[in-house]
Design a protein around this ligand. Structure first.
Ligand code: PLP
Length: 426
């Protein structure tokens, strides 16, 4: 049933490292062959063997309306016909920036880039340039793209400067990154005591890259307070949570506001887009107005802007969208929870808006270490059995699930029925 994908995977591995252009796609943590995708339609993915899957990954978040949304598709085709790239300003960029600025009190200006990684990299340069400080504070388990200074792992003990988590990253770069435990106020305070040279604190306020683990309110308030006290800029990395957790992402869910916000995923509607944004005073430090350099040949690409623009316009016009997404997500997780209870399986689940996570675990994980205590073998079996039944979930317990508007109540009922069958096997 996976013959074509198995062959395609072998052929890909000959010419692409690991056969994939982003490691998670290789299914390493659950094993087996990743289905090679032929096409998507609404809630469904179709692989090159003709298998059909209900898709709870949605390109890892961007596709809030599902695959091949007609309005987005049309905007992309019409824009592409006028030329793919100019390296010159277009009004589409202003329009998309306006959509974002209108929604956030703390944002006056936006700069577009081509990926979340680039957005975060640039936001950090901006924070360092504005504050004149060098260090970055980040949290274990939060992912902010693959740039050098963010690929860090804990040194010995907490509140330490990180060491590289990947070969190829010089320790000279990660020595500027302080690593702190998520949702741990005491550790956070120690980090600020350890350095008076912290340019920015970067956080996923609703973490989606160690599984789905939201920060608690008190912790985020303390982040805000300590940043203010120390002349440190607070960066909310909303590349995933932006337009996913709510209409204004994490900002619509938690009290503190960030100084700089990074975006990606949904704002490109499936095309490669990232952005970083802040108030006028901070953003005016960027070149060409200011001295902090940042650039991109394909940045603000018209086709990508068109896809993002229609996505955000559709999101804003549909007042009931997040209620629907939220209700469907909760229905799914409640069904899973009941199935787990029925077969006596330790299970935790959580969701905000259209983002969700579940863990085979006794207690709800609050940080990266907690997630590590969950049952990974059981997750791998669950993933496999669900895939066989036509349900495509993120292939690791360290990832988040995404609900899209194209998934129907009936789809969810079918998925819950399948989960009941699978939980019985676990
Ligand atoms: C996906 C993600 C990134 C990286 O974005 P890419 O487009 O993959 O470079 C950064 N931060 C967060 C929170 C993300 O979820």
């Amino acid at each position: 049933m996976f013959e074509n994908s198995i062959t395609a995977y072998e052929e890909a591995k000959n010419v692409i490292p690991g056969g994939v252009d982003s490691p998670v796609r290789a299914f390493k943590s659950v094993g087996g062959t990743p289905p090679f995708i032929d096409r998507g339609e609404g809630a469904y993915l179709y692989d090159i063997d003709g298998n059909k899957y209900l898709d709870f990954v949605q390109s890892w978040g961007p596709l809030i309306f599902g695959h091949c949304d007609k309005d987005i598709e049309q905007a992309v085709i019409e824009t592409a016909k006028k030329g793919l790239s100019f390296g010159a300003p277009t009004v589409l960029e202003t329009k998309l920036a306006n959509e974002i600025v209108e929604m956030y009190d703390n944002i006056d200006k936006v700069r577009f880039v081509n990926s979340g990684t680039e957005a975060v990299m640039s936001a950090i340069r901006l924070a360092r340039g504005v504050t004149g400080k060098n260090n970055i504070l980040k949290f274990e388990g939060c992912y902010h793209g693959h740039s050098d200074s963010l690929l860090v792992q804990a040194g010995s003990g907490m509140a330490t400067f990180g060491s590289p988590s990947s070969p190829g990253v010089p320790a000279d770069l990660t020595k500027h990154t302080i690593l702190c435990e998520y949702n741990n106020i005491e550790d956070l305070r120690k980090c600020f005591e350890a350095s008076d040279d912290i340019a920015c604190l970067i956080i996923e306020p609703i973490a989606g890259n160690m599984g789905f683990v939201p920060a608690n309110e008190e912790f985020l308030e303390e982040c805000r307070r300590l940043c203010d006290e120390n002349g440190t800029l607070l960066i909310f990395d909303e590349v995933m949570s932006g337009f996913r957790a709510s209409l204004t992402g994490a900002h619509g869910v938690v009290k503190p506001n960030a100084d700089i916000v990074t975006f990606g995923k949904v704002i490109g509607g499936g095309m490669p887009v990232g952005a970083f944004a802040s108030n006028e005073e901070i953003m005016n430090n960027l070149s060409p107005d200011g001295a902090i350099y940042q650039a991109g040949t394909l940045s603000g690409n018209p086709v990508a802007m068109a896809a993002g623009l229609v996505s955000l316009q559709k999101i804003k016009a549909d007042k009931d969208l997040y209620n629907r997404l939220n209700a469907k997500t909760q229905k799914l997780l409640n069904g899973f929870k009941q199935a787990a209870e029925k077969y006596n399986i330790a299970f935790q689940s959580k969701s905000i808006g259209s983002m969700f996570g579940f863990f085979f675990c006794d207690i709800e994980p609050k940080n990266f270490k907690d997630v590590g205590t969950c049952d990974f073998d059981r997750f791998a079996k669950f993933h496999h059995e669900m895939l066989k039944r036509g349900f495509y979930f993120a292939c690791s317990q360290y990832e988040t699930g995404f609900m899209c508007d194209a998934i129907s109540d009936e789809d969810i009922d079918n998925c819950i029925n399948a989960a009941n069958e699978v939980m019985e096997l676990l």
